[in-house]
Design a protein around this ligand. Structure first.
Ligand code: AGP
Length: 616
C-alpha cells in the first residue's frame, strides 16, 4: 500500500499535500515525494525514508508557490526504497509527473518498448513507465491529460491507482483507479484526491468513492469521472463521518481488525503476476536459477513466532509437492544446535519485518555453512532480504498491528508459490496438477472473504469465554500449526494461558489439563480426501468432550459428523486440505482480537511486545 494525495484549489498545494501525507504515512514509509505545477514547470522533491526526510529536503530546497500538486508515501514493491525509486516519477521531457499505488503486471514489456524507443529510464519502478507513456500520448490528445490517462490505462494490466499532473496545463489533477483505493474530496473552490479520506477530512467531508476502471479529472471547481473507455461513469458520493484517527484505520476500531479484513486482498496481491495464463508459476524475481533448485536436497525454514507457524504449514505442502525433505526451525535455536547445512541446502528465512535479529543471525550462520538463502519478506529493502541470495516478497502492505495476521496468510501463500515452482522446475508435478493447485489458490481470496462473515458470531463467542482461565487449541496435519498460531494470538493479545497441540498428542499427557468447561478449539480437516485425519480428529473431539471440555469446532461447510460433539461450530468454505490454513486461522484471529477488546487491552500494541524484535 502507498499513500497518495492530489490537490487543486486556492490554498498552497504543498501545505495541503504534505499534511495529507502525514495522515497516510501508516500506509508506507519507504520514501516520500511531492510535485507542484508552477509557471509552466513541474517542480519535484523526493527522498528515501520517512516523510520527515522529505520535509527536511523541502526546508533546504523549497518548492515555488503553487495551487496544484500531488504527493506520495511509498511502500516499495518494485525497486528498493531509494531516492531514484521514490515517487513522483517524471517523463523524460519533464512535462508529466505521476504517483502510483499498486502493481503494474505488464511493466516489463512496457519498459522494453520505451527503451527500444530510446527512452532512458531513471528508476527500477513499474510506475515510471506510466509517466513516459502519458507524455508520449499527450500531443495526440491535445494535451488532454484525462484522455491521455484513459488511453494509457487501457494498456495497463494489474492493480493500480495513478494520479498525474502536467506542466503545460496547471489547475488540473487527473487520477485513475483499478483495484487499489482512490477517493475524491469535494471542497468549495478546491478538490482533493487521496488513497483514503484521512488525507483530506481536515478540509472537507464530502467524498466520492471511485469505481473500477475509472478516470477522474479535477479542477478547482469541477469533478469529472469517466470509465476507461471515456463513457460517463456512475459514482458513489457520501459524507465522511469518521474522525481522522478512525479514518487511518479505514473506519475499523483497530489496525488489527483492519488488517484481518485486508487478508483477501493481501492474498490476491501476493498471487498477482506470479501465475501465468498457462497456469504455470513465473517467479523470475526470485533470482534463484533452475539449476540451483534442481541441486537442492534439503530445505530448512528458519523463522520466529507467527512466521515460524507459516513455515510449519509450508513444510506439509513443500514435501508433498516437491518430495524434498523440509525441516522447520526456530531461528533462535537453529544456529546453536550445530545443524547439518551445506551448499545443497535451501534455507528459507520467513519474516514480515525483515529485521528480526534471531532470523537474521540464523541466516548469516546458514550462509557461512554454504547454504543458499531465500527470504520470504513483506518489507522491501529490509536487512533479511538484503542479506539473502534471493527474495520473494509478500504483498500484504504495511502490517501496523503487532499481532501478525495478513502477513501470516501471505507468507503461507508465498511459500506455496515457491514449493509449486520448485516442483515445476524439478518436474515432480505435472502441469495439470500444478494448474489445479494454482486454480484453487486463486479462489482463496473469495473464500477468505466468506470466512470474514463469521466474525460477529466469533466475537460473541469470545465474550462468552472471556473469563476462561485457559484455552486449548488442537489440530492435525496443517491444522496443527494453525492451532499453535491460534494459541499465540490469544496469548499475545488477551494475555491468557493458551496452548496449541497436535491432537494426537493429547492422550500422551495434555489431556490431564481437561476439566469441566475448559474451552478446546478444534481445527477440523476436510472430510473429503484425507478422511483418516478427519476420523481421528472427530475421535479427539469426543475424547475432550467426554472430559467436560467445551468444544468449539472450526469445520468446513457440509461436515455434519462434528455436529453431535460440538458446543459451537464455526464454518469455513470447502477447500483442499493443504490450503485450509488460509481459512481456518481467520476465526482464531478474530477470536483473539475480540477477546483482547473485551478485556480492554491495547489490541494494536499489546504489553511487552514489539512489531519487530531487533534484538536476540
Ligand atoms: C506474531 O503475531 C508476533 N508479532 C511475532 O510472533 C512475529 O511473528 C515474530 O516476531 C516474527 O516477526 P517477523 O515476521 O517480522 O520476523
Amino acid at each position: 500500500m502507498c499513500g497518495i494525495v492530489g490537490y487543486v484549489g486556492e490554498k498552497q498545494a504543498l501545505e495541503v499535500v504534505v499534511g495529507g501525507l502525514r495522515r497516510l504515512e501508516y500506509r508506507g514509509y519507504d520514501s516520500a515525494g511531492v510535485a507542484v505545477v508552477a509557471d509552466g514547470e513541474l517542480d519535484v522533491r523526493k527522498k528515501a525514508g520517512k516523510l520527515a526526510n522529505l520535509e527536511s529536503l523541502l526546508g533546504e530546497d523549497p518548492l515555488p508557490g503553487s495551487t496544484t500538486g500531488i504527493g506520495h508515501t511509498r511502500w516499495a514493491t518494485h525497486g528498493g526504497p531509494t531516492d531514484a525509486n521514490a515517487h513522483p516519477h517524471v517523463s523524460a521531457d519533464g512535462k508529466v509527473a505521476v504517483i502510483h499505488n499498486g502493481i503494474i503486471e505488464n511493466f516489463a514489456e512496457l519498459r522494453a518498448e520505451l527503451t527500444a524507443a530510446g527512452v532512458v529510464l531513471a528508476s527500477e519502478t513499474d510506475t515510471e513507465v506510466v509517466a513516459h507513456l502519458l507524455a508520449s500520448v499527450l500531443p495526440a490528445t491535445g494535451h488532454d491529460l484525462a484522455e491521455s490517462m484513459r488511453a494509457v490505462c487501457r494498456r495497463l494490466e494489474g492493480a493500480f491507482t495513478l494520479v498525474a499532473v502536467q506542466a503545460d496545463v496547471p489547475d488540473v489533477v487527473v487520477g485513475a483507479r483499478r483495484s487499489s483505493p482512490l477517493v475524491v474530496g469535494r471542497g468549495d473552490g478546491e478538490n482533493f484526491l487521496a488513497s483514503d479520506v484521512t488525507a483530506f477530512i481536515a478540509h472537507t467531508r464530502h467524498a466520492i468513492e471511485l469505481g473500477q476502471d475509472q478516470v477522474v479529472e479535477l479542477t478547482r471547481d469541477s469533478v469529472t469521472v469517466t470509465n476507461f473507455d471515456g463513457t460517463p461513469a456512475t459514482v458513489h458520493a457520501y459524507e465522511v463521518t469518521w474522525d481522522a484517527a478512525a479514518a487511518e484505520k479505514g473506519g475499523y476500531d483497530t489496525f488489527m481488525s483492519k488488517e484481518i479484513a485486508e487478508q483477501p486482498k493481501a492474498v490476491a496481491d501476493t498471487l498477482l503476476g506470479r501465475i501465468g495464463a498457462d497456469g504455470l508459476l513465473h517467479l523470475d524475481e526470485m533470482r534463484v536459477t533452475d539449476t540451483d533448485l534442481r541441486e537442492v536436497d534439503k530445505v530448512v525454514v528458519i523463522a520466529c513466532g507467527t512466521a515460524y507457524h507459516a513455515g510449519m504449514v509450508a513444510k506439509y505442502a513443500l514435501e508433498h509437492w516437491t518430495r524434498i525433505p523440509c525441516e522447520v526451525e526456530l531461528a533462535s535455536e537453529f544456529r546453536y544446535r550445530d545443524p547439518v547445512v551445506d551448499r545443497r541446502t535451501l534455507v528459507v528465512a520467513i519474516s514480515q519485518s525483515g529485521e528480526t535479529m534471531d532470523t537474521l543471525m540464523a541466516l548469516r550462520y546458514a550462509r557461512e555453512q554454504g547454504a543458499r538463502v531465500l527470504a520470504i519478506c513483506n518489507t522491501q529493502g529490509s536487512t533479511i532480504p538484503r542479506e539473502s541470495d534471493a527474495v520473494l516478497y509478500t504483498r500484504a502492505g504495511p502490517e501496523v498491528a503487532v499481532a501478525s495476521t495478513k502477513a501470516f496468510l501471505t507468507q503461507i501463500v508465498a511459500c506455496y508459490l515457491v514449493a509449486l515452482y520448485v516442483a515445476q522446475v524439478r518436474g515432480n508435478k505435472f502441469g495439470d496438477e500444478i494448474g489445479s493447485v494454482v486454480r484453487d489458490l486463486a479462489n482463496m481470496p473469495r473464500k477468505i472473504d466468506l470466512v470474514l462473515d463469521t466474525a460477529e458470531d466469533v466475537k460473541a463467542l469470545a465474550a462468552q469465554l472471556q473469563d476462561s482461565r485457559s484455552v486449548l487449541f488442537i489440530g492435525r496435519h496443517v491444522g496443527f500449526p494453525v492451532a499453535l498460531e491460534g494459541a499465540l494470538k490469544l496469548k499475545e493479545l488477551a494475555y491468557m494461558h493458551a496452548e496449541g497441540f497436535a491432537a494426537g498428542e493429547l492422550k500422551h499427557g495434555p489431556i490431564a489439563l481437561l476439566e469441566e468447561g475448559v474451552p478446546v478449539i478444534v481445527v477440523v480437516p476436510s472430510p473429503r480426501g484425507r478422511s483418516v485425519l478427519h476420523e481421528k480428529i472427530v475421535s479427539n473431539i469426543q475424547e475432550v468432550r467426554a472430559r467436560g471440555a467445551r468444544t468449539i469446532v472450526i469445520a468446513e461447510e457440509g461436515d455434519e459428523s462434528v455436529v453431535p460433539y460440538a458446543d459451537h461450530i464455526v464454518r469455513v468454505p470447502q477447500c483442499p486440505t493443504l490450503l485450509q490454513p488460509l481459512l481456518a486461522v481467520v476465526p482464531l484471529q478474530v477470536f483473539a482480537c475480540a477477546m483482547a477488546t473485551a478485556k480492554g487491552h491495547d489490541v494494536d500494541q499489546p504489553r511487552n511486545l514489539a512489531k519487530s524484535v531487533t534484538v536476540e
